[in-house]
Every structure is written in C-alpha cells, then in structure tokens.
Ligand binder design. Structure first.
Ligand code: ATP
Length: 269
C-alpha cells in the first residue's frame, strides 16, 4: 500500500466523539436524485477532517445536513449528544465569500452573531473577546475598518473571528479560501490550523483541492457520486504542526497521489 493509510475507519484519532453521522442519506423529492447514501462518520474532539470528491457528489448536501439547514431522508446526525434537527449555536460555519456587512466595521461584523442571538448589550460586552480574536488572526488595529478597506485574506480572517465569537463546538467550512490567490490561501490554511489547535476546535472542510485536504487534515473522506457516498477514509499521519515545507516531501506527494487515484477524473484541479 502507498504511504497513505487507507482504512474504512480511522484509528489514530482517539478523542471524544463530537459529531456522529449514522447511515445518513438524502433523496431530493423534486427530482428524486439520491444525493447521499449510507454516510457514516464520527468526528472526534479537536480533529480536522476534509471531504473531497467530484462536482455533484453530495459534499454541499452533506454539509447542509450536518449544519441542520436541511433534514436527511434517512439516518441520524448527533452533535454533542443531541440530534441535529435545525441550525444550532454550537455549529460555526464559513463560506467561500466573506459576506461581511459593508456598513458595519470589522468589530461590529464580528459581534453580529451575538447581537442577533442575545441583543445589543451582549454584543457590546462581547467586544473584548472580539478584540482578542482579531489579535489572534493578526488583525489588531483593524477594529474600526470597514470591509471595503480589507483585502480578501483579511476579510476571510475577520470571518473566522465572526465564526469563533459564539465559541462553536464544530467548524463547518465550505471552501472558505477558494476565492483567494494561492499564496494567501496557503497562508490562511496555516492560520486556520493554528487557530483550530489553539482552540481545540473540531473542523470539517469541504474542498476541491487534494493538497489542501492533505496538509490540513487528520482524516480525508473521499466521496463518489450517484449516489453520493464515502468511498474511502484516508488517515493522514503527517506530524503536527503541519508546515508548508511538508508539501514538498515524498510522503505528502504519495498521499496526494493515493487520493487522486481514488477520485473521479473531474475532481482534479
Ligand atoms: N436543492 C436540490 N434539489 C434537487 N437536487 C439537488 C439539490 N441540491 C443538490 N441537488 C443534487 O444533488 C446532487 C449533489 O449535489 P451537491 O450540491 O451536494 O454536490 P457537491 O458535491 O457539493 O457539488 P459541487 O462540488 O459542484 O459544489 C447533485 O446531483 C445535485 O444536482
């Protein structure tokens, strides 16, 4: 077998289970498309997982079900011991675009989830925490800046703060840095790793990039389409913290090649 350890169930991750998906399936009633079938997955505390697969294999459907935005047709999703039946406070999400409100300062954008949830006074009280988060992501001094004055990478870093302000148990990341140039994206991925490690966050990333999945993850789920399913679970046993230098090592290359070989051709970038 190649350097990538192909297994049906990862055993290097012994943390407490945070997210548990059992036999999750989804058939869209409108067109009877079976978008997902028999998905079983356990994310453990502090682990970083990525899902990779060709366009239309069900990645977004999986993320929507995990976040409680849509219900599964079959199976169960349990987060921190409670079934996910709708959007939840302990789930943080991040998307491709930063989606900051242009009329609010960086600080005001970051405390917005608190304001929506608990009101203006709570949002004001959360400003101290927001300032600490801005420092964590290297945006100290940009508290009163408006989004139009931030670069793409800075805006995404502000989005990370907005996601973290509610202290979610899990981070669901839908290609958060795909709109950024390659250098910024690599840098942001290392930042993401640092933040996740520091906060012991459990993260789940949807990506089209095999190297990105490998450099960030403890486990990579390879999906196949029609019906969308997990074809293989690949454990990534590179040491932590990961560094960009690792991407040039033979071991990293072997893992990328292994996953590439498991994917349909249209998944390549
Ligand atoms: N709301 C919907 N109604 C009906 N069919 C849908 C809906 N959303 C997705 N599908 C179908 O379900 C399948 C999986 O779609 P999904 O968006 O989950 O794939 P994906 O892996 O995220 O794709 P991409 O990488 O292109 O974003 C596709 O065949 C798609 O056409």
């Amino acid at each position: 077998m190649s350097a990538a350890a192909a297994k049906t169930q990862p055993d290097a991750l012994h943390g407490a289970p945070v997210y548990q998906l059992s036999n999750v399936g989804k058939t869209y009633a409108r067109n009877a498309i079976k978008a997902l079938e028999g998905v079983n997955m356990t994310l453990t505390k502090g682990s970083f997982s990525a899902v990779i697969g060709s366009s239309g294999c069900g990645k977004s459907t999986l993320l929507k079900i995990m976040s409680g935005l849509i219900p599964p047709s079959t199976g169960r999703v349990v987060l921190q011991g409670k079934p996910v039946t709708g959007p939840r406070r302990d789930i943080g999400m991040m998307f491709q675009q930063a989606t900051l409100f242009p009329w609010r300062t960086t600080l005001e954008n970051i405390v917005l989830p608190i304001e929506i949830r608990d009101g203006k006074a709570a949002a004001k009280a959360a400003q101290t925490q927001a300032r600490a988060l801005l420092e964590l992501v290297g945006l100290k001094g940009f508290e009163n800046t408006y989004p139009s004055e931030l670069s793409g990478g800075m805006a995404q870093r502000a989005s990370i703060c907005r996601m973290l302000i509610t202290e979610p148990a899990v981070l669901l990341l839908d290609e958060p840095f795909s709109a950024l140039d390659e250098l910024t994206r690599d840098f942001m991925n290392m930042e993401l790793q640092r933040i996740c490690t520091q906060r012991e966050a459990t993260a789940f990333l949807v990506t089209h990039s095999i190297p990105e999945a490998v450099i960030l993850s403890d486990v990579v789920y390879v999906m196949k389409p029609r019906p969308g399913r997990i074809a293989e679970v690949v454990e990534i046993d590179l040491p932590r913290p990961r560094t960009l230098d690792m991407m040039t090592t033979p071991k990293f290359g072997a893992m990328v090649e292994h996953i590439r070989g498991r994917l349909d051709k249209e998944a390549f970038i």
